[in-house]
Design a protein around this ligand. Structure first.
Ligand code: NAP
Length: 284
């Protein structure tokens, strides 16, 4: 059984991105830039944004940080995004969600120029993914694809089961697996006999937000199990997979923490570089 080391794979990806960022900056006279927009005073959001900015500094990506107070008017927030859309130094824009009421996170995200949408969450980028067109992909499912690739998992013809159908993760995950020629089943809260469906999987991906829901007898012997869940408990972070029960059955498994989590920021750095590269290619 292989324990998939997300920390090591993410660091390797970040090192590769840093190298390409240096080459980009040398060729174009400036590095890629990532604008982060943090609205309100949610402490978890502040921690996420701070770690994204640290990752930028480490990769040589210039970060442009904007903090707006909780009472910010809708028009003011939209105006900031319009300014960032127009700023040639800014390759990618990230509006940290959730935003405080009455602001609408979907509206703010939707205002981001799709070619700067490094979270891959705009309607245009979801459409590009669905149609198999090039574009910026959501970071966490893109990170899972890197983990599967680095682990040498053969996806062509494989039976993949994704538990969870959110726009943020489950739907784009299924699209990426389909594009990699897997046969994909999506499960959700109304799926009948989830355990039986999960047991058909060669690749089982859980993104629900219910601690240790995937049990040992839900897993086909030798299957690859990817645990996207992040559940805070008194004992610390746990995943959606009952690791101790599943690990002896699985062929490969991601731990929580240290599995999927570190890939998200690494892919955000990769997307920012990709956005900068796409921009110069379009201008050439
Ligand atoms: P979400 O928007 O709440 O979606 C959860 C999905 O799980 C929904 O599709 C829901 O089905 C399904 N579900 C709920 N209860 C279920 C049940 N009993 N059986 C089967 N399916 C069930 O969550 P999300 O944003 O996709 O995130 C899912 C988990 O991944 C969370 O723990 C989150 O923290 C984690 N996550 C981690 C990262 C990372 O960087 N590591 C990134 C993103 C998400 P319905 O659609 O029918 O309601």
């Amino acid at each position: 059984m292989t324990v998939i080391d997300g920390r090591a794979i993410a660091q390797h990806l970040r090192d590769r991105v840093a190298e390409e960022v240096r080459a980009f900056a040398a060729e174009h006279g400036r590095p890629p830039g990532l604008a982060t927009v943090l609205i309100g005073d949610d402490p978890a959001s502040a921690v996420y944004v701070a770690s994204k900015r640290r990752a930028c500094a480490e990769a040589g990506i210039k970060s442009f940080h904007h903090e707006l107070p909780a009472g910010t008017a809708r028009e003011e927030a939209l105006e900031l995004i319009d300014e960032l859309n127009a700023d040639p130094r800014v390759s990618g824009i990230l509006c940290q969600l959730p935003v405080p009421d009455p602001l609408d996170g979907d509206e703010l995200t939707g205002r981001i120029d799709p070619d700067k949408d490094v979270d891959g969450l705009t309607v245009v980028n979801a459409g590009r993914l669905a149609l198999g067109l090039p574009g910026l992909r959501p970071c966490t499912p893109a990170g899972v694809m890197v983990l599967l690739g680095e682990t040498g998992v053969e996806l062509t013809g494989a039976q993949a089961v994704v538990i969870g159908r959110s726009n943020l993760f489950g739907k784009p995950m299924a699209q990426l697996l389909l594009a990699a020629n897997a046969t994909v089943t999506m499960c959700h809260s109304r799926t009948r006999d989830l355990g039986a469906v999960a047991r058909t999987a060669d690749v089982l991906i859980a993104a629900v937000g219910r601690g240790r829901m995937v049990e040992g007898d839900w897993v086909k012997p030798g299957a690859v199990v990817i645990d996207v869940g992040v559940n805070r408990t008194e004992d610390g972070l746990i995943g959606d997979v009952d690791y101790n029960a599943v690990a002896p059955v699985a062929g490969a498994i991601t731990p929580v923490p240290g599995g999927v989590g570190p890939m998200t920021i690494a892919c955000l750095m990769r997307n920012t570089l990709q956005a900068a590269q796409m921009r110069v290619a379009a201008e050439a």
